[in-house]
Design a protein around this ligand. Structure first.
Ligand code: 5GP
Ligand code: SF4
Ligand code: MG
Length: 457
């Protein structure tokens, strides 16, 4: 998912729309905006792409200088309109809108506790749980009640909360999800990815750091922490696949890190071949890096139909497979008779690699050597990326040799854990660690609240 917020701009809703549009790759199932005019909150949301959801929106009815928005892809809760965010809650003492990227591991337990106390939740999304925790015991929405609530949830989260007169932004104590603060004139902007700042002409100010709660109002910005300062464990898959190449995460550009993954991969797993090709779009950067390091030409061996959306972010395997067929085609004139290094950023279920090796061979490729610019993914993610069951992960049940055979490649190799870390972590002095749990099985945060994070005062 992607979140966006802006405080103090006449065109808050429009700018939120542009911000969300630039983060469309983070979720395509639903989108929404809630604005505050200082007195009231107003929402517009729907299922589908940002463009479609806001085609019919009357922006003059979304008046107000403050807004939060969300693009959704489902990891928890169904694909129904009630779950489209921001969620809006109205009470006699004021309203609150909530937008969330991540996953709450103890949501089920908290939901049970809340229900025992008499709360009735409207949605199946874990985000609603936080709203109830904030208001538990009749509390108002403020820094204290939000901090208390955040200390009860365990997991990965970037939250934006909008009230009539304030906006809050919070990041989980391990900083697993990305969240940055920018400025546009006097207005404050908060977004999952910095590409949203570039889109609207805002400048990057700083990252929200692990365990921080940011309050933004007409009085300015205030940053406090609700959890001790700890080392960061930013999701490595943000760099490998999820984020846009023009975004910077933790001061590292995503394209540059992907290119470096390709460089490391070429050092670790060279091939005697004629050319390097990448699976568009997410693997192009790594393929360029591999080509540069190996000295092999980089070629366009696969073409992408740009009118097809992200195939992974589709709710079922059938749709995903159909998606790959429609989306990618081999360039016969380039690959015919050639020995090819095919770079993909990752293998999850194996759908993409299998289809592509097959289509390259059908187009006459002599050899296809698959090189994956991340370690093999063998463990589920509990932090908001859709890889939640082991049985669908091809590497959880098959060795690399078996995978090579299943996908019909001539050879296969993955980037090492060390290679990936080297490509991402540039500056250990700013506590710039990454989560690689889906590859290593070492989870930085456990459901019972235990962490692998070393806190400092
Ligand atoms: P597979 O086809 O093996 O199931 O998935 C791998 C492909 O999906 C890769 O081409 C990659 O670009 C994309 N992908 C890999 N990991 C993820 C992920 O965690 N989330 C999403 N949304 N897409 C992924
Ligand atoms: Fe990202 Fe993998 Fe960690 Fe999930 S387990 S947060 S996908 S690195
Ligand atoms: Mg891909």
């Amino acid at each position: 998912c992607g979140v966006f917020g802006i405080w103090g701009h006449d065109k808050a809703a429009e700018l939120t729309y542009y911000g969300l549009h630039s983060m469309q790759h983070r979720g395509q199932e639903g989108a929404g905006i809630v604005v505050s005019d200082g007195k009231e909150l107003t929402a517009h949301k729907g299922l589908g792409l940002v463009n479609d959801v806001f085609k019919k929106a009357k922006f003059e009815e979304l008046a107000g200088r403050n807004a939060v928005g969300h693009v959704r892809y489902t990891t928890q809760g169904g694909k129904v309109i009630e779950n489209v965010q921001p969620l809006l809650f109205r009470t006699q003492t004021g309203s609150m809108a909530l937008a969330h990227n991540g996953n709450i591991m103890n949501a089920h337990q908290l939901r049970g506790e809340l229900e025992d106390e008499g709360s009735i939740l409207q949605t199946s999304s874990d985000t609603e749980v936080l709203a109830h925790l904030i208001r538990r015991g009749g509390q108002r929405t403020n820094e204290t009640s939000i901090s208390t609530a955040l200390n009860q949830v365990v997991g990965a989260y970037a939250y934006l909360i909008l009230k009539e007169d304030r906006m809050y932004a919070a990041l989980d104590p391990a900083g697993i999800r990305p969240l940055s603060i920018g400025k546009l004139g006097d207005a404050y902007v908060v977004a999952s990815e910095t590409c949203a700042f570039d889109q609207i002409g805002a400048t990057f100010e700083r990252e929200v750091l692990p365990g921080e709660l940011v309050t933004i109002s007409d009085d300015g910005i205030e940053i406090r922490r609700f959890a001790p300062r700890g080392g960061r464990k930013l999701c490595a898959m943000e760099y490998v696949y999820l984020s846009r190449p023009d975004s910077d995460l933790n001061h590292v550009n995503v394209h540059a890190s992907r290119k470096q993954m390709g460089v490391e991969l070429a050092k670790e797993a060279p091939v005697d071949a004629d050319m390097v090709i990448g699976v568009p779009d997410s693997s192009i950067s790594a393929a360029i890096g591999y080509a540069e390091e190996s000295g092999l030409p980089y070629e366009m061996g696969i073409l992408k139909n740009r009118y097809v959306g992200r195939t992974f972010i589709q709710p079922s395997q059938e749709l995903r497979e159909q998606g790959v067929k429609m989306k990618l085609s081999p360039v016969r004139g380039i690959v015919e008779g050639k020995r090819i290094v095919m770079i993909d950023d990752s293998i999850v279920r194996g759908t993409t690699s299998k289809r592509i090796v097959k289509m390259l061979k059908q187009a006459g490729a002599k050899e296809v050597h698959v090189r994956i610019a991340s370690p093999s993914i063998q463990h589920p993610c509990y932090y908001g990326i859709d890889m939640s069951t082991r049985k669908e992960l091809i590497a959880a049940n098959n060795s690399p040799e078996e995978i090579c055979e299943i996908i019909g490649a001539d050879s296969i190799a993955y980037l090492s854990e060390r290679g990936l870390e080297q490509a991402i972590v540039k500056d250990k002095t700013i506590n710039q660690g990454v989560c690689m749990a889906c590859m290593t099985g070492r989870y930085p945060v456990m459901e019972n609240g235990e962490t692998e994070i070393n806190y400092t005062k």
